[in-house]
Write a protein that binds this ligand. Structure first.
Ligand SMILES: C[S@@+](CC[C@H](N)C(=O)[O-])C[C@H]1O[C@@H](n2cnc3c(N)ncnc32)[C@H](O)[C@@H]1O
Ligand code: SF4
Length: 387
């Protein structure tokens, strides 16, 4: 968790500075008290694996845009979007964002501004981050950086964005574009250098910049050089992560195209059967661009798994309603309870590695095409809906 110290929410217009200072200090103390109580309740509910909970979520995912400008081969929003044509896509409005935030405040501490899409496609992004910062909520986004502009960089700094993860899996255009289909490494590099330079000019520590590199067979030889290059340029962290298949069809695509690296530390992560306790139904919610509410990040935009909509829902009625109680019971017992709900937890490979007799979110059993054909299919199947 990042430090909240640097954030401030005060306006001096028309008020004596001392009144303003007292007001802002009281607001901070009250918010800290709420958050501390909330953390204790969360810890207790998680520990006891209760079906009803008495805390609110500490974390939330806000899908600023469920569309993307690139076509990464294993991604449901990119290269595999032709498999997910039924999903409506769009950008979150400031009104939806603010309603979501206000419902979760003051207990909410940290938000992610992305789930499965490209946050830079949202024109209200800076306004949303500014609002979150004014409420002492820390913010993080992940971006392919291809849509960066100097103005956007300035906006990221002035709005108080806490951390920016830059997805960049290569040190040359040849390796980079193997996964970031449609992306230009030169654009990413000059964007990051511009942001570093703007941070220096404004003496800003934030946003922290993390260069994220997914290790594949085609780029594993660049690991060391990538780290040296970006550390020398002045980014805050360089992070090498394991590839994920993302879905069963993703697994087929990855294997057919020999994307799995040899490096033993970066074999694709298999959480199969390893989840005994999951914190999502206790401490985090996911909101799609249109305010649709999900338990976790996986079933993005799949309306069958939608719990409610934050614009119309009464928070506590849903948070302790039958759907959430059912999911928490499922997690505690690792058995499917009697009831009518189809939850994402049924399909979670972390909990049910066999998944026999239950619905398979991950089993999109479409034929796997070689990469060139897949890209034609992608172009043919790009139907989108914007808010
Ligand atoms: C779906 S992306 C959405 C955010 C943004 N478009 C981006 O790529 O950074 C969310 C995160 O998943 C990562 N990601 C994409 N494909 C991945 C894969 N096959 N394995 C592991 N992580 C992946 C991205 O690098 C990013 O950090
Ligand atoms: S840049 Fe991100 S959202 Fe876009 S296709 Fe790639 S992984 Fe998916």
């Amino acid at each position: 968790m990042y430090s909240l110290k640097r954030h401030h929410a005060c306006s001096t217009q028309g008020k004596l500075p001392i009144t303003d200072l007292i007001e802002s200090t009281m607001k901070k103390i009250s918010s800290l008290a709420y958050r501390l109580t909330n953390r204790i309740m969360l810890w207790l509910c998680m520990k006891l694996q209760t079906t009803r909970v008495y805390n609110k979520p500490m974390h939330a995912l806000f899908e600023m845009s469920s569309s993307c400008n690139l076509d990464c081969p294993l991604c449901n929003t990119g290269g595999l979007k032709h498999e997910f044509k039924h999903i409506k896509r769009g950008n979150m409005s400031f009104t939806t964002f603010q309603k979501g935030m206000n419902t979760l405040l003051p207990q909410l501490e940290h938000i992610l501004l992305y789930n499965w899409g490209g946050p830079f496609l949202n024109k209200d992004l800076v306004r949303c981050i500014t609002y979150a910062t004014s409420q002492n909520v820390t913010t993080q986004l992940s971006t392919n950086m291809n849509l960066y502009t100097q103005d956007l960089g300035r906006g990221m700094i002035e709005s108080g964005l806490t951390k920016m993860v830059v997805s960049c899996d290569g040190l040359t255009q040849k390796t980079y574009e193997q996964y970031r289909t449609g992306g230009e490494l030169a654009k990413v590099a000059s964007a990051v250098l511009d942001l570093i330079s703007q941070k220096k000019q404004t003496h800003s520590k934030f946003p922290l910049i993390e260069m994220q590199f997914i290790v594949f067979s085609h780029n594993e030889h660049e690991i060391e050089a990538f780290e040296t290059y970006w550390k020398n340029k002045g980014v805050d962290t360089v992070n090498f992560i394991r590839m994920s298949y993302m879905s069963e069809v993703g697994e087929k695509v990855a294997k057919a195209n020999r994307m799995v690296p040899q490096h033993q530390d970066f074999q694709p992560d298999h959480p199969y059967g390893s989840i005994k306790k999951c914190s999502f139904p206790y401490g985090q919610i996911t909101l799609n661009y249109n305010g649709d509410w999900y338990t976790c990040c996986f079933p993005a935009g799949e309306t069958d798994y939608r719990i409610d909509n934050i614009l119309t829902a009464d928070f506590w009625t849903v948070w302790n309603g039958p759907y959430y109680q059912y999911s928490r019971k499922l997690l505690r017992t690792q058995q499917i309870p009697k009831g009518e709900f189809q939850t994402m937890c049924h399909d979670c490979t972390g909990i049910f590695p066999q998944r026999d007799g239950i619905r398979n979110y991950w089993s999109m059993s479409l034929p796997v095409l070689p990469m060139a054909d897949a890209s034609q299919a992608r172009n043919a199947g790009n139907t989108e809906h914007s808010s």
